[in-house]
Design a protein around this ligand. Structure first.
Ligand SMILES: Cc1cc2nc3c(=O)[nH]c(=O)nc-3n(C[C@H](O)[C@H](O)[C@H](O)COP(=O)(O)OP(=O)(O)OC[C@H]3O[C@@H](n4cnc5c(N)ncnc54)[C@H](O)[C@@H]3O)c2cc1C
Length: 554
């Protein structure tokens, strides 16, 4: 008998097979939530030899993990609040994450300008502590700039400028970082599926949690997934996951919304990233990503829908006013805002503190038996958070088969075999020689690692895979095929938002490419005309939610 090869685990057939296996295999751990926290846990647990499954109700990173400031950072700001342990951990994690994902975690010079009456000495002292906590060496250490040097580095900053410190942090694509951790977990044996919602936890008569009923959100099929332990990594939904099964959390979550606005780098020519401080004391950040600069953020208690947070006009104007004040000559106006996004921080409530003052540290709660919940945390510290959950799992399950933390040593799937710079240089040249436009090549190299080779392979089979996806959109058709066949993209917005980042980082939300992307997805996934139309309508709605609301909207 000829046995057919297993499908790619992140292909449509692989996803279906994965869900069936979840319901029939003996599992050690079921992780609920495919944000950075959940996928980090699934990766760590599977690298240790536990049999792991992960379900995500929407798409990987569909929650907060695609709506962050996208920086892998040490959290200099948290020194003010005395969160030294958090800063130490975050600052050291940066280089670990960069080493396992060098194709996706890009170094970015961070400028910390100091305006009178603030003390430059104080900021320098703070950065000296930061360097020490980060164990920074050589080029990783901060350096001080005189006002003239600051002006050269970043023209247009407001007065009265006393100087600045400059130090490195890292920028990433948070959604792809999440995806690659999910793929890495699967490479090491985890059963991973998106669009699969854990509806209710199963409990034995002893009260022990031993799995969950999971519904495939694409076809409605229900799977009973049994596991020796369940991890609730639902981020802002963590409390809801408990409540849906009649459980309560030992502490309350206090969701806090943060928004960003996107501008063209032509309007605000920032080179790396900069802290902002307006003359009224309002603080924020501005980050450069290819031809764009995004500015954020806000931090306010949030009571709206967790599934669809949106920047209000007032929030947009607030962030814009800060940018206008910091760059008085730029003449920025609301018409310069190309896009907005909003995310919800899964903070843990602390009596008497505002959301801004609330700690970004995570907490792991055990109980009832068989259930572990993780709340709080940051993108930057996801690997360390996973380690703490593994400690709690050890109490539930005993030691794992392979009791060694390999998460810092095993590269993510997109890491090229040769040095990243040389790899990118070579692939850049090849793509350009095949007629791919310069802006598209820059974007592809920023976003993908080894996947560039998959694109080139598609292009050599059929050159039309390297054709533009839409007029004026810096993307190629083959990206859609790879997203469906290797990255579990099942809905149009999975591709447009989280695989390709075209929703936020391309002209007019990538709408000029949406039709062709839907056509390619439809062919690969067997959509009829009605389904394709519905996906397009839904994508137009999603794009409209990332515009600046009109004055008469909330
Ligand atoms: C504005 C803003 C800026 C930020 N900037 C940074 C930054 O620059 N750097 C940094 O380090 N951190 C940053 N953070 C923090 C960071 O983004 C979050 O800590 C992190 O993304 C949270 O990840 P998570 O996996 O816990 O939550 P999420 O990403 O929200 O993931 C939870 C997932 O659980 C899924 N889920 C919920 N219920 C179920 C269910 N019943 N079944 C299956 N799945 C379910 C959801 O769909 C969701 O995908 C920022 C946060 C915000 C809001």
């Amino acid at each position: 008998m000829i046995r057919s090869a297993s499908p790619h685990p992140f292909s449509p057939a692989g996803r279906m097979q994965t869900l069936r296996h979840m319901a029939t295999r003996d599992l050690d751990v079921l992780v609920i939530g495919g944000g950075i926290t959940g996928v980090g846990i699934a990766r760590d647990a599977s690298l240790r030899g536990w049999k792991v499954a992960l379900v995500e109700k929407a798409d990987f990173a569909a929650g907060t993990s695609s709506r962050s400031s996208k920086i892998v950072h040490g959290g200099v700001r948290y020194l003010e609040y005395g969160y030294f342990l958090l800063v130490r951990e975050s600052a050291r994690e940066r280089s670990v994450i960069q080493s396992i994902a060098p194709h996706l975690v890009h170094r970015l010079e961070f400028l910390y300008p100091v305006f009178a009456p603030d003390s430059l000495m104080k900021i320098r002292a703070g950065l000296a502590v930061f360097d020490w906590l980060a164990a920074a060496e050589g080029g990783e250490k901060h350096r001080t700039l005189a006002p003239r040097e600051v002006r050269e580095h970043l023209p247009g900053l407001r007065d009265p400028l006393k100087g600045a410190v400059l130090y490195p942090e890292y920028i990433t694509d948070d959604a792809r970082l999440t995806l690659e951790n999910a793929q890495s977990a699967a490479e090491h044996g985890a059963l991973v599926a998106n669009h699969a919602r854990a509806e209710v936890l199963f409990r034995a008569s002893s009260g022990r949690v031993q799995g969950a009923r999971v519904r495939d959100q694409l076809d409605g099929e229900v799977y009973e997934v049994q596991a020796r332990a369940v991890v609730n990594a639902g981020g802002p939904w963590a409390q809801q996951v408990l409540e849906e099964s009649g459980l309560s959390a030992p502490k309350q979550l206090r969701p806090s919304k943060g928004i960003h606005i996107l501008l063209s780098a032509d309007r605000l020519p920032i080179r790396g990233a900069t802290f902002l401080k307006a003359s009224n004391g309002r603080r924020g950040l501005a980050m450069r990503r290819l031809g764009y600069v995004y500015v954020g953020t806000t931090d306010a208690e949030y009571h709206g829908s967790l599934d669809a947070p949106r920047a209000t006009r007032a929030e947009v104007l607030d962030v814009l006013a800060m940018a206008q004040d910091c760059f008085p000559g730029a003449g920025l106006g609301v018409d310069d805002v190309l896009a907005t996004w909003a995310g919800v921080r899964p903070l843990i409530a602390e009596e008497g503190k505002t959301t801004r003052d609330t700690s970004r540290e995570d907490e792991v709660w055990s109980g009832p038996p068989g259930l572990i919940t993780i709340a709080g945390g940051k993108l930057t510290t996801y690997r360390r958070m996973a380690g703490r959950v593994v400690e709690a799992l050890r109490d539930e399950l005993g030691p794992p088969p392979d009791d060694e933390d390999r998460t810092a040593a095993v590269p993510l799937p997109g890491v090229p075999e040769t040095k990243v710079a040389a790899f990118e240089e070579d692939r850049r040249r090849r793509l350009e020689s095949l007629g791919v436009g310069r802006e598209t090549v820059e974007r592809l190299c920023w976003l993908y690692g080894r996947q560039l080779d998959d694109l080139l392979a598609l292009g050599s089979e059929d050159p039309s895979w390297l054709d533009p996806l839409g007029v004026g959109v810096p993307a190629v058709r083959g990206e859609v095929k790879l997203a469906v066949e290797h990255e579990m993209a099942a809905r149009l917005d999975d591709f447009m938002d989280r695989r390709s980042a075209l929703l936020l980082f391309s002209p007019d939300f990538g709408l000029a490419a949406a039709e062709e992307a839907a056509r390619i997805m439809g062919e690969l996934l067997g959509w009829d005309d009605e389904r394709r139309e519905a996906e397009l309508v839904e994508y137009h709605r999603l794009a409209s939610e990332h515009t600046v609301p009109d004055a008469d909207q909330t």
